[in-house]
Design a protein around this ligand. Structure first.
Ligand code: ATP
Ligand code: MG
Length: 565
């Protein structure tokens, strides 16, 4: 092992292209974590130097458009200058200090990236939230985190004002808007007069950098706290081998600013590789605008939730000629094999699925160049050793269903969340023996590929059989009548619980006879999966309940079935 270095960029070699190799080595366990690390100083400012020496292509670091003529292109150098100004806004007029938590509730505007980097530079703990949060959600987050600062856009200002009196810890409210508003500091005004001189704080590798809320698919979102190195170094391999990024690439990652996927796909992984982050601030998702964007801009790499691909494959994709697209990714929810196949058939491109969590980042992925097994979420990825275990923490043989878990050796892996804030009980409950338990069920095959069965809570037990909803949903979607579906357990006097499918129909089938179509879908599932898995009950619905991140909330439908509120 190489000797520990105190601060990575204090190591003269790191001004050379070695930096990334060192980050890779840390992820492979071949090099220890340095004591100090700061993504802004140790990564972004290095790319800015490489820009000056011509070692990086002249493409922007951030390329933002809004579809209404608005466009921003910042080099790493410009991002550096502007984020130093933003850092001075947060510390001086706002009076925030290292370690303070800052809630940042902004849509996909360039200022989100500025404030994010400014928090790194000043050691503030960045706490993003989507603008779709209600006043009640914002209150929960501000109180639970004891946030000292809040940066928000105009559309959430009224919701904030309605609850702010109940947040005694909140000292500063900063508004990102061309207009001023009583009771708020104006980011734009302060930014104009802020100095561009700022020296980046030397943060500890394990010092808290951000709090990401989980999606809340199975209950209230949990506050997962991450360190500077878990986010800033932990996504090195993922950026290089899953997202397949190099400094000449441009990635469009669709996720909202409030979730870890924005950190993975729109901040850390691409910027570690020196790639360009492309952002389209669409007011509302719309497939035509989406597809036009791919034909207009030189986007090489696309990452969206499975639900987006499910919508896109309903269109005639052959009509579109994507300018530069060469690598497509998805994650956050299981991707049905049928959708992958349709995407490939229509665009000629493979879909590389990844499986991960807010808490620990990417766990499994279909890395570039690896054979894809349709329906599988790929192999376990470094720095993790992914296993399937039983309820006693024993590793199960391949082919057997169990809990997806990560093997642990002390110290706690640097790429892990440090804790659920103020919830030691929940943090401790994720550990079983020598494993971190994801809460998801799956199977590993003899080639080391993982197959998702479902969230542990979503698995249905009917007449003694365990049935994973994903397999039934994937069978259903192979029928042309089905756009998407949610499969949950439903009470039954004889069997205890049975499989019930909530189905969203495609347009040509909307007026079909429901009874006939139910029988047809049941027969279809019986042909594709083991017959005992077929949905004994089918209900046709206009839409499925989803989280803001677009994930199906099966627990809402299940509670409804079982008469629970
Ligand atoms: P909460 O923990 O609040 O209920 P959540 O688990 O949905 O919400 P996230 O951390 O955003 O919050 O999502 C991680 C979960 O998403 C995983 O544990 C898994 O259940 C699901 N997931 C992510 N990627 C995939 C995938 N490729 N295939 C199947 N499931 C996935
Ligand atoms: Mg979770």
């Amino acid at each position: 092992l190489a000797p520990p270095v105190r601060r990575l960029h204090a190591d003269p070699r790191l001004l050379a292209p070695l930096a990334l190799a060192d980050f890779e080595a840390i992820n492979r366990g071949e090099r220890p974590l340095p004591e100090s690390f700061n993504f802004a100083g140790d990564v972004l400012d290095q790319w800015s130097q490489k820009e000056q020496t011509g070692e990086r292509p002249a493409s922007p670091a951030l390329w933002w458009v809004n579809g209404k003529g608005g466009e921003v292109k910042w080099s790493f150098g410009e991002l550096g200058t502007l984020s130093r100004k933003a850092a001075n806004v947060l510390t001086q007029p706002c009076g925030l200090a290292r370690g303070d938590r800052v809630a940042v509730i902004l849509p996909r505007v360039p200022e989100w990236w500025l404030v994010n980097v400014a928090c790194m530079r000043t050691g503030l703990v960045f706490m993003p939230g989507t603008t779709q949060l209600t006043a009640k959600d914002i209150l929960y987050r501000l109180r639970a985190s004891k946030a000292k600062g809040l940066v928000a856009s105009e559309e959430v200002a009224p919701a904030v004002e309605s609850i702010v009196s109940e947040c005694p810890d909140l000292r500063t409210k900063l508004l990102v808007s061309p207009r001023s508003r009583p009771g708020w500091l104006s980011f734009q005004e302060l930014f104009q007069c802020a100095s561009a001189e700022h020296s980046c704080v030397e943060t500890g590798s394990r010092e808290p950098a951000a709090i990401y809320f989980t999606s809340g698919t199975s209950g209230s979102p949990k506050m997962a706290q991450h360190s500077h190195s878990s986010l800033g170094i932990g996504y090195t391999l993922c950026g290089r081998y899953w997202l397949d990024l190099e400094s000449s690439d441009t990635i469009w990652n669709m996720s909202d600013t409030g979730w870890i996927k924005a950190a993975i796909g729109s901040v850390f992984s691409p910027w570690l590789q020196g790639a360009c982050v492309f952002v389209h601030q669409m007011a509302q998702f719309d497939t035509d605008t989406f597809l036009d964007t791919l034909t207009t801009y030189p986007i090489t790499t696309l990452c969206c939730a499975p639900t987006v691909y499910r919508m896109l494959v309903q269109k005639d994709l052959k009509r579109y000629k994507f300018l530069k697209l060469r690598h497509c990714l998805t994650g956050g929810e299981p991707l049905n094999a049928e959708v992958r196949e349709q995407w490939k058939r229509q665009t000629g491109l493979d879909l590389h699925e990844g499986y991960g969590q807010t808490e620990v980042g990417i766990i499994c992925a279909n890395l570039k160049g690896q054979e894809i097994k349709p329906g599988s979420m790929g192999k376990g990825v470094l720095p993790y050793d992914v296993q399937i275990i039983d309820e006693n923490g024993n590793i199960l043989p391949t082919g057997q269903e169990g809990d997806i878990a990560l093997a642990l050796k002390p110290p706690r892996p640097f790429s892990f969340f440090s804790e659920y804030v103020d919830n030691p009980g929940k943090t401790a409950a994720t550990i079983r023996g020598n494993f971190y338990v994801t809460g998801d069920r799956g199977v590993m095959d003899s080639d080391g590929y993982f197959w998702f069965v479902g969230r542990a809570d979503d698995v249905i037990i009917s007449s003694g059989y365990r049935i994973g909803p994903f397999e039934v949903e994937s069978a259903l979607i192979e029928h042309p009548a089905v756009v998407e579906s949610a499969v949950v357990s439903s009470p039954d006097p004889i069997r205890g619980e049975v499989v019930k499918a909530f189905v969203v129909l495609s347009v040509p089938f909307k007026s079909s006879d429901p009874e006939k179509l139910t029988l047809e879908l049941q027969e279809h599932v019986k042909k594709i999966t083991a017959p005992y898995k077929y949905p004994r009950k089918v209900e046709f619905v206009e839409q499925l309940p989803k989280t803001i991140t677009g994930k199906i909330k099966r627990n809402v439908l299940r509670d409804q079935e079982w008469g629970r509120t």
